[in-house]
Design a binder for this molecule. Structure first.
Ligand SMILES: *[C@@H]1O[C@H](CO)[C@@H](O)[C@H](O)[C@H]1NC(C)=O
Ligand SMILES: *[C@@H]1O[C@H](CO)[C@@H](O)[C@H](O)[C@H]1NC(C)=O
Ligand SMILES: *[C@@H]1O[C@H](CO)[C@@H](O)[C@H](O)[C@H]1NC(C)=O
Ligand SMILES: *[C@@H]1O[C@H](CO)[C@@H](O)[C@H](O)[C@H]1NC(C)=O
Ligand SMILES: *[C@@H]1O[C@H](CO)[C@@H](O)[C@H](O)[C@H]1NC(C)=O
Length: 180
């Protein structure tokens, strides 16, 4: 009886919900990002430590031992200055240097050719699956279209700067996480 009485309202409520859903349904990569953020069955979890390998060059994200500030691609050498702890902050990821305890970030505005650096204050990042090869990741400044990019189309020389750059299909903007 009750069900009959409220069924039309229930139906229109459901129809309304379905419409709303259809409008706000996230794109594939947005969905991936959210699943990824939840970090339940994913490779990258809060508190894990990684070396982060550029897919093009094979070099890894390296904090300069010379100045404890400059971030470049460098041949893997087992140093703690190449190890990064991923920390979920509630709405984005932080990368904390195992060597110094400082956080990966950047100075100035997030744009093309902005160098990565480290700071004592955490910077938030979004880690998204690359949509072409989902084994690999792209790391974006949150709510922007710029992601980590190994300079010069992924030059493999040690000391090649890592900057932000507008996302395009280049695989030198994609990264492989290897747990330490
Ligand atoms: C870099 O930081 C490490 C760890 O805190 C320290 O041992 C080292 O002396 C620092 N190097 C420079 C160049 O400041
Ligand atoms: C970025 O880093 C590169 C290489 O380390 C350097 O030549 C350049 O001047 C830096 N850019 C800025 C804006 O600091
Ligand atoms: C995806 O990238 C990984 C390196 O991270 C590589 O080993 C693998 O072959 C790639 N897969 C495809 C289909 O290209
Ligand atoms: C990105 O934008 C969304 C929606 O506007 C917001 O909820 C979220 O907090 C933003 N992320 C960061 C890290 O600012
Ligand atoms: C930044 O780089 C992207 C990709 O190469 C390009 O599409 C965009 O126009 C550049 N933005 C600026 C402000 O130069």
């Amino acid at each position: 009886m009750l069900l009959t009485k409220f069924a039309p309202q229930l139906f229109s409520l459901l129809a309304f919900a379905a419409c709303t859903l259809a409008v706000v349904l996230p794109s594939r990569s947005e969905l991936d990002a959210r699943v990824y953020h939840r970090a339940t069955s994913e490779l990258v979890q809060s508190g894990s430590v990684f070396t982060i390998h550029n897919v093009k060059s094979g070099t890894v994200v390296d904090l300069s031992a010379g100045d404890n500030k400059t971030i470049t691609g460098w041949a893997l050498n087992g140093g703690k200055n190449q190890q990064w702890e991923t920390i979920w902050s509630g709405n984005s990821w932080n990368f904390k240097s195992v060597e110094t305890g400082l956080y990966l970030g950047f100075t100035g505005t997030a744009g093309n050719a902005t160098n990565l650096t480290v700071a004592s204050t955490p910077t938030g990042w979004d880690i998204w699956h690359d949509t072409v090869n989902e084994t690999n990741y792209r790391i974006f400044a949150p709510n922007t279209t710029v992601n980590w990019d190994l300079w010069d189309y992924g030059n493999a020389v040690s000391g090649d700067p890592i900057t932000l750059w507008g996302a395009w299909s280049g695989i030198h903007q994609t990264w492989r996480f290897v747990q330490v």
